[in-house]
Ligand binder design. Structure first.
Ligand SMILES: Cc1cc2nc3c(=O)[nH]c(=O)nc-3n(C[C@H](O)[C@H](O)[C@H](O)COP(=O)(O)OP(=O)(O)OC[C@H]3O[C@@H](n4cnc5c(N)ncnc54)[C@H](O)[C@@H]3O)c2cc1C
Length: 428
């Protein structure tokens, strides 16, 4: 009997387990998971609906120091393979503009199907086991751990022929991934591309829109690092009392987080009217003012932005909201337009790993065979999921990476064991 250990019962660990457990009968799969249940993070994904992949899928939606490796993984296992994998498990799905969700919109359906299928295929899931040490030997791996219950001090020891490290990164520790996977991989000789939070909110220095906290508005959001524009995204911006949030902020956050880690200046430019050019907005305001000169400026601008946001914009330009609109000079209107289209916010920090949905950085993909996910340093060791240096944009990309890498590892383990079995039979 060949024993396969999987450290971490998250998305990639469960996908690997279900895949490998479909292999020959002489394989026994064990998951060691330090939370009280497997797939805890999955339950929180996609706001409880689990955006499990995306029809628009290629490596341009990912960042990594080894992007060719991401391409290779996606060439072998893309969004249609994910959909097929879940269809086979019995999940009905639906597409919302290419974003794939379970039809029932319940993340628990995804988690439950994976766990139940793993159990049906004979996978043993040990929960409340925190793995602390892995010792590779000639004939496999000794894995040491302890109970997650701090009162239980007994050390646990397991032996496996092959091992999949699927511990995730360090985003949202409360859901399980606490960064211990990085330490385990490093002790096995792997190197870490520095890790920063990704898909995370940003804290703003001297926040000019603080009074508009709670307001949501369509906006273009661009990241400037040391004065250079790096990327832009458009969508619903959420103004908070500490800074900015929302999907477009998440999408650019990994660049800002990396810059802050490298002690470089990070700024975000907000375009509060992405659908209109500066010139068009200026002409619109000039035209709109005709016949409304006596109106107070605040009232004259009503309906373009949320009232509290307009108040912040005017306050920043020191234009009294009560002043008649007709008294605004063209220069002041140009300044207002520029403020709306190019508000530059200085970024102090992210809201950290606890609030992040993913991590950027991780174990270098250059140290992994991206066809099999096997370590180039330790034979029989596989690394999968967010533990690795690949982060996807918001939209089902991080789960796609977790499924793909887990399933590739599971498949390779089966094929290796199949091959050895065949060879053994022939030799006999
Ligand atoms: C709130 C939230 C919402 C998200 N929504 C989406 C979404 O809709 N779509 C999307 O694509 N991505 C989403 N993500 C990201 C996605 O969930 C992760 O990228 C993905 O789960 C990573 O899979 P993984 O298997 O690598 O790691 P994880 O799912 O984090 O699993 C790792 C597992 O290993 C266990 N573990 C860690 N260390 C040890 C140890 N030492 N011993 C034993 N067990 C250990 C952990 O408890 C955990 O169960 C979201 C993330 C968060 C936090």
């Amino acid at each position: 009997m060949r024993k396969i250990g999987i450290i971490g019962g998250g998305a990639s660990g469960l996908a690997a387990a279900v895949t490998a457990a479909a292999g020959p009968e002489n394989i026994k799969i064990f998951i060691l998971e330090h939370k009280d249940q497997a797939g805890k993070k999955l339950l929180s994904t996609g706001n409880g609906r689990c955006n499990l992949t995306n029809e628009r899928m290629d490596s341009s939606f990912f960042r990594s120091e080894e992007i060719r490796c991401v391409e290779k993984v996606l060439e072998q296992f893309d969004a249609s393979d994910t959909i097929h994998f879940f269809e086979e498990l019995g999940l009905m799905m639906r597409s919302r503009n290419g974003y794939i969700y379970p039809r029932c919109e319940q993340a628990s359906a995804v988690r439950d199907l994976l766990v139940k299928e793993a159990e049906r295929r004979g996978v043993v899931i040990y929960t409340n086991i925190h793995v602390t040490e892995i010792v590779p030997g000639k004939k496999g791996f000794q894995v040491f751990g302890r109970s997650s219950d701090t009162k239980d001090l007994k050390k646990r020891r397991f032996s496996f022929d092959k091992l999949i490290l699927a511990c995730g990164g360090r985003a949202a520790k409360v859901l399980g991934s606490d960064g211990s996977g990085y330490t385990l991989a490093k002790t096995l000789g792997h190197t870490l591309v520095p890790v920063v939070p990704a898909l995370v909110q940003l804290k703003v220095e001297e926040h000019p829109f603080k009074e508009a906290s709670g307001v949501r508005t369509e906006a273009g959001v661009s990241a400037y690092i040391a004065g250079e524009k790096i990327c832009r995204d458009t969508g619903e911006l959420q103004i908070t009392n500490y800074g900015i949030s929302g999907i477009p902020v998440f999408q650019i956050s990994r660049y800002v987080a990396r810059a802050l880690y490298e002690k470089r200046r990070a700024e975000v430019e907000i375009d509060l009217l992405p659908s209109m050019s500066e010139d068009a907005f200026f002409s619109y305001l000039i035209k709109r003012r005709i016949g409304k000169e006596a109106m107070q400026t605040g009232d004259f601008l009503a309906g373009i932005f949320h009232g509290r946001l307009t108040a912040c914009l005017l306050a920043r330009l020191k234009i009294p909201a009560l002043r008649p609109a007709g008294e605004l000079s063209e220069r002041e209107i140009i300044k207002f337009v520029k403020q709306c289209k190019h508000s530059l916010l200085s970024i102090q920090d992210t809201t950290g790993y606890d609030n992040a949905q993913a991590c950027a950085g991780g174990i270098s993909l250059g140290e992994v065979d991206c066809v099999t996910m096997e370590s180039r340093y330790v034979k029989g060791l596989y690394l999968t999921g967010e533990l690795l240096d690949a982060d996807g944009m918001c939209g089902g990309y991080n789960l796609q990476w977790a499924w793909a890498t887990g399933i590739l590892a599971g498949r390779h383990i089966i094929s290796e064991i199949d091959m050895k079995q065949g060879k053994g039979e022939k030799d006999a």
